[in-house]
Every structure is written in C-alpha cells, then in structure tokens.
Design a protein around this ligand. Structure first.
Ligand code: AMP
Ligand code: MG
Length: 404
C-alpha cells in the first residue's frame, strides 16, 4: 500500500498551479504572489520628519539648547523652499520633507515659540544627526525587490505593495471546491434523525476547512447510495476545480464512488494509503474538455478520517494549486505530554493538541473512541504521527507533529 509520503508526492506531481491572474490589492488577501515585485520609488521618497516640531541643523543644537530664527512652516504634502543656514530653523509637521541642510527634528514639546521675534527657544537633550527623521531611501531604494514570488499576502504585505507602487499583483486564484456527501443514512443537521440515520456533519465541516484553506466551497448536498443520483451529483461537482466526496470509498457493497468516478472519465491516481485514520482515501484527476483539470478526492466517511485526510492531503493539493512554495503541512518535533498507545499495523496520525510551554512544543494526542468520534477532536490543532502501529510511546519522547 502507498505510504503517506508517496501519496503527498503523487498529489504534488498531479496538481498543477493555476495560471496567474491580475488582481487589485483590495482582492488579494491570502493569495500567493505568482511574480515578485520591486519598488518604483525610494522609501521614504524624501528625508522625512517623524515628529511635529522644528527642523534643525544638529550642529546648532549639540548641547540641547539654542534660539533659532524661524524660516517657514512645512506641512505634510508640501515642499520646503528655504535651505537652512546656521542659526535657522523651520517648523515642520510629521510626514513633511525636511528642508535642505536640516538633519534632525526637535519635538514641539521642547520648543517655545516667540511669535514677535519669529524665533524659537529650544530646550531639549543633545541632538545628533538623524534624530526624529527618516533619511530618504533608508528603508528601500527604487528598483529594490519588495516581495518574492511565493509570498502569502497578509495585511502588512498588501500595505507594503501599495506603498511601493504595485496596486495590482499577479496571483494564482483560489480553487472552487465542490463538496458531495454520500450516504443513505445521512440527514441534514437541522433534521431529527430517524432510526438508522445520522446527521451529515462532514459537509459543513469540510465547508469550514475549505474556507480555512482560503479556497471557495461549493456544497452540493447529499448524494444517495444509488448510481443514478450519485452520477448526476458527480457531474455537478466535476465543474469545480476540486471535488471532494465524503463516504462511499471503502469496500462496502454500496461504496459506489470509485466506480462512478471511473465511469465519469476520472483517472485514478491512487486508492488506499497506509495510514490510520484514512486508509480508503481515493485521489484522481479529470482532464476536462475546457482544458482545466478537476482534482477529485474521495474522503472516507468517518468524520475524523475525513478531517485528517483533508488537513494532510487536500490542503496540500489546494496550496499547490494556489502556488505555495511549501505545499506540504509543516512538521515540527514536540515533546509527548502523556504516554500514548497505538494499535494496528499502520502509521497513526492522531488528532492532537499542540501547546507551547516556556518555548518548547508539547503535544497531547487526543484520546478518541476511533474515527467516528468527532467530539474528541474539538481541541485538535494538529496531528501527531506515530510511525508504526501497536506500540507504546512514553511521555517525554519527541514526536513529529503536523500543524494545521
Ligand atoms: P462510508 O465511508 O460511506 O462507509 O462511511 C463510513 C462511516 O462514516 C459510516 O459510519 C457513515 O455513516 C459515516 N459517514 C459517512 N458520511 C458521513 C457524513 N457526511 N457525516 C457524518 N458521518 C458520515
Ligand atoms: Mg457510505
């Protein structure tokens, strides 16, 4: 059976990053840059006052005291017209350009203005060059790189792009991800299940996971375990960039998903991965007539399996589609908080709670009643990997933890 690592590699080989498109910065949050950017100007573009006060030649105020003649008032957005000579100053506002020959600003609180004499008495600490000002191009020079391709855009990157003359950027779009829950036993969350029925928890959980992965969920409701119904729902789903099916992928008599996908022309890449939970995972791809592929995951129906398979594999595929330079889940070593026992002969990916204790990562695998026990996972923020089954792992041991 395929190992999880082999499954990751097959996913990365199969899923192609989407073609980049141009986007306004107002519409680029959580996108990944497809092309690096450079600054079209110096930052700051001029020697800039960082305080309201008086622009001075620092040599005039070396010991902190001086009386200087006021030349002009410089507001943010205006341009100074008088170069300072020794004994002279100009009043200046935060964000305004310093006049020529000025190399420092004394804050207004340390200045006493004599309107009649057009002078100002300064009483402050020693003033060295550069005080309360930011020199031209000290942050970035015109033409210097700002952000590299592959950068994930958060508010601060978006602000930096606006500042440096990139009002639009090239990014790869987020995929649309159709969700199709399968099963005759499923009813909507707002219904009271009749004997033998359960509520469809996977659809809304996957919907939320897709949102968390910065992609666009498209819920398709429930397909019954009946070929015609499933077939038409699959056709709806294959119009999206991704189709996630929940349930119907293992070896039961009514597990119709793999054969129906095949019948729809989907090429299977793999079925069955050596991990617990999530062994029945199915992955394939459809070359659509419009030239855009659709990537299809058949997720095991058990909610914990579905959740774990999404976080490990579907998220990797979504990141790859969006152009992430590191699509696989991040792994770190954490100290096991309590003894843990695994059974069976497959590597176990156990939902776990990761915490930081005085700078050290500590992981508590959550005790569950198996992959149908969704309630046990409400504290999970990671999965801890226990490489082989049937083993006792002692508290204090370092284990791999996948963040999500
Ligand atoms: P299956 O993979 O279809 O054999 O389903 C495995 C288990 O997961 C069964 O107990 C199903 O009832 C349950 N299950 C399947 N789909 C869902 C769903 N959408 N929400 C909650 N449980 C589900
Ligand atoms: Mg089923």
């Amino acid at each position: 059976m395929l190992s999880a690592q082999e499954a990751f590699q097959l996913i990365l080989k199969t899923v192609k990053p989407a073609p980049p498109e141009q986007r306004s910065l107002f519409d680029a949050w959580h996108c990944i840059l497809a092309e690096g950017t450079v600054s079209d100007l110096n930052v700051p573009p001029f020697d800039k006052a960082l305080m309201d006060g008086f622009a001075v030649k620092s040599s005039d105020v070396q010991n902190g005291k001086a009386t200087l003649q006021i030349q002009e008032v410089i507001y943010a957005g205006s341009v100074p017209s008088i170069a300072l000579q020794s004994g002279q100053t100009s009043q200046i506002m935060t964000g305004a350009p310093l006049p020529e020959e000025a190399d420092a600003v004394v804050q207004i609180e340390h200045c006493q203005i004599d309107e009649a004499a057009r002078s100002v008495k300064i009483d402050t600490g020693p003033v060295s060059p550069g005080k309360n000002m930011l020199p031209k191009a000290s942050v970035l020079e015109a033409g210097a790189p700002v952000l590299a391709a592959g950068t994930w855009l958060r508010p601060q990157e978006i602000g930096a792009l606006a500042e440096t003359g990139s009002p639009t950027v090239m990014v790869r779009p987020a995929p649309t991800v159709a969700i199709l829950a399968t099963g005759d036993e499923l009813v909507a969350p707002e219904e009271s299940p009749q004997p033998g029925q359960i509520r469809n928890s996977n659809e809304v959980m996957l919907h939320t996971q897709i949102l968390q992965a910065d992609a666009k969920p498209q819920p398709l409701g429930i397909a019954r375990d009946e070929r015609n119904h499933l077939r038409s729902k699959i056709q709806d789903g294959l119009r999206s960039d991704f189709l996630l099916l929940s349930g119907g992928v293992s070896a039961g008599e009514l597990d119709l998903v793999p054969s129906e996908l095949e019948q729809a022309g989907v090429k299977q890449v793999f079925h069955m991965v050596n991990l617990k939970p999530g062994k029945p995972l199915w992955f394939g791809m459809l070359e659509r007539a419009d030239g855009n592929p659709c990537y299809i995951f058949g997720l095991p129906g058990n909610p914990v399996s579905s959740m774990v398979c999404f976080e490990l594999f579907v998220r990797t595929a979504i990141r790859q589609f969006m152009g992430s330079p590191a699509p696989q889940p991040r792994v770190l070593k954490a100290r096991l908080n309590h003894d843990f026992h695994t059974s069976g002969n497959r590597p176990t990916y156990q939902p776990a709670q990761l915490e930081w204790e005085t700078g050290e990562a500590v992981v508590s695998p959550l005790i569950t009643m198996g992959s149908a026990d969704l309630n046990s996972t409400v504290k999970a923020n990671s999965v801890a990997l226990f490489p082989t089954g049937n083993q006792h792992y002692q508290a204090g041991l370092k284990v791999d933890v996948f963040l999500w």
